[in-house]
Ligand binder design. Structure first.
Ligand code: ADP
Ligand code: MG
Length: 316
């Protein structure tokens, strides 16, 4: 029998909380339920060992909002601890729901969430130029006030309003790589690197320390896929395909692109900063490092895409 391939699946923010939803646990569980149905379909093929990662944008946003609203009674929660909190709560929802689906399908259902730290460089230029929007949207006046009162960097984000921006350093290494790989080898499904992982820096004495930043989920998941020697990187988001001329009248979906083609499209600026670009970058890097293929598609096309019938595939 052919050995199972290792697939790393990244669930986009939308898979768990959709824009406009207030974010009750019931809503999140309903969305997680849909995601887990698709993941169960993938596992039912019997071809894969799976690592699942997920975005945490809306959840961290709500946590920051709650922390802010209760600011007069409870001390603020630093971003690294917010990251750990959302990994735990989202990991819990996914591991319970997925186990229920797998059990119902008569499949093995050993699933664990790993609270994952991702090492970044203290001297990463990103710390001098914060770019990653987090938390709620503010109007112009509120944005100005937060900038002066709290020293936050605030920018206009996608014409919807003003938001705090934090540094988004490059992920250098996943601290729990070996543990994750061992768990996979033992037949477990692993949930890891949620929300891009908890950013930590390594001090001169080798100790680790959390830092206020947000690591791009797609770059972190790419790092993980490379470091555990995965075969397939699959990024599930809210569009079925990567597009050329995205948002223009002549936009067109890409079925497959080689690493060289993808690099050219990157240079030509087809992929949105902070949304599609990091997915394609991670996909290219993964394949260059020896990965078999990267697939970018929508959650409900995951199985078809694995059969080569949907989505966008990046190959050598
Ligand atoms: P996720 O939570 O899955 O990371 P993102 O919003 O970060 O979701 O990324 C997906 C979004 O990328 C799409 O909804 C789309 O608006 C945007 N996007 C930017 N450039 C492209 C492109 N070239 N092709 C397709 N989608 C693109
Ligand atoms: Mg994203």
């Amino acid at each position: 029998m052919r050995e199972e391939e290792i697939i790393v699946v990244a669930l986009g923010g939308n898979a768990i909380l959709q824009p406009g939803q207030p974010g009750t646990v019931e809503e999140q569980l309903e969305n997680v339920d849909i995601a887990c149905r698709h993941l169960t379909e993938i596992m039912s093929t019997g071809k894969y060992k799976m690592v699942i990662t997920h975005g945490n944008g809306p959840q961290v946003g709500n946590l920051l909002l709650a922390s802010e609203a209760a600011g007069h009674i409870i001390p603020p929660i630093p971003l690294d601890v917010c990251g750990a909190a959302t990994q735990g709560m989202m990991g819990y929802m996914i591991q319970q729901t997925l186990a229920n689906h797998l059990r119902a399908a008569g499949l093995r259902h050993y699933i664990t969430t790993v609270v994952t730290q991702v090492i970044v460089d203290k001297n990463d230029p990103a710390f001098k130029r914060p770019t990653k929007p987090i938390g709620p949207f503010y109007d112009f006046a509120e944005g100005e006030r937060l900038h002066w009162e709290r020293g936050w960097e605030v920018i206009e984000d996608s014409k919807r309003g003003y938001r705090r921006v934090v540094p988004s350093p490059k992920p250098l290494a996943i601290q729990e790589t070996r543990i994750i790989r061992n768990m996979l080898d033992n037949g477990e499904i692993v949930i890891a690197v949620g929300g891009g992982g908890i950013p930590v820096v390594r001090e001169k004495d080798k100790s680790l320390r959390g830092i206020e930043a947000v690591i791009d989920k797609d770059l972190a998941v790419g790092r993980l896929a490379e470091d555990i020697d995965a075969d397939i990187l699959m990024v599930l988001t809210d569009v079925e395909q990567v597009m050329l001329n995205y948002g223009e009248v002549d936009e067109v979906g890409i079925n497959r692109m080689t690493v060289d083609e993808a690099e050219n499209y990157l240079k030509e600026g087809h992929f949105g900063e902070g949304s599609m670009k990091p997915k394609v970058e991670a996909g290219i890097s993964f394949v260059k490092a020896g990965g078999e293929k990267t697939i970018i598609t929508a959650l409900n096309k995951a199985v078809e895409a694995l059969e080569g019938k949907a989505g966008t595939i990046i190959i050598a």
